[in-house]
Design a protein. Structure first.
Length: 181
């Protein structure tokens, strides 16, 4: 009997000519790529099939990323980002964004946030953002995870110190949800 394997599409936010948010020389596109690749390795070790939007520093528009996800045959779309605020150290924590919190993406987002909260981040909740292209254009459950604020020194310190635990937490939030389907 063949066992069904879920496929997860992972998007490392920004890339190439789009650095995303920056702070003291740190670029969101670098943090997201490193974290996305780490999360993917963990998910693969759990037996999931993982498809990446990018594995190197290249630019893709949000429309391209959504189309790649839709064409991938994946069951879920996870986009990994770092948050930013108008002023340094103004806000702290993790937030997950979804098109509609009542759809399956809301459950995945809630589980990812809970796992990241256990690593030490403040849980800022799951918020609906139907205007975001990668969420709106996705034909599969899509979650955009904001893993701490890039312009918050404590979030960056936690991000760097607990990098492996953060990758495991995101993978556990995704895997735990899919295993319960």
């Amino acid at each position: 009997m063949a066992e069904f394997t879920y496929t997860i599409f992972l998007d490392a936010g920004h890339g190439g000519s789009d650095p995303g948010a920056t702070f003291n020389g740190r670029q969101e596109k670098d943090d997201t790529l490193n974290l996305t690749l780490a999360v993917g390795k963990i998910l693969e070790s759990y037996g999931f099939r993982v498809i990446y939007a990018r594995t190197e520093d290249i630019y893709q528009s949000p429309y391209q990323k959504a189309a790649l996800g839709n064409d991938s045959g994946a069951n879920v779309f996870i986009s990994i980002h770092r948050n930013s605020s108008p002023y340094p150290n103004q806000y702290s924590g993790v937030e997950s964004l979804v098109y509609n919190a009542w759809l399956p993406a809301g459950t995945i987002a809630t589980n990812i946030n809970r796992q990241l909260e256990q690593v030490g981040f403040k849980n800022l909740g799951v918020n609906e953002r139907p205007n975001l292209v990668v969420l709106r254009q996705s034909n599969i459950p899509a979650v955009l995870v904001e893993v701490g604020f890039i312009n918050n020194e404590k979030d960056n310190e936690l991000f760097d110190r607990e990098f492996d635990a953060i990758a495991r937490a995101i993978a556990a939030g995704i895997a735990g949800t899919l295993w319960s389907w």
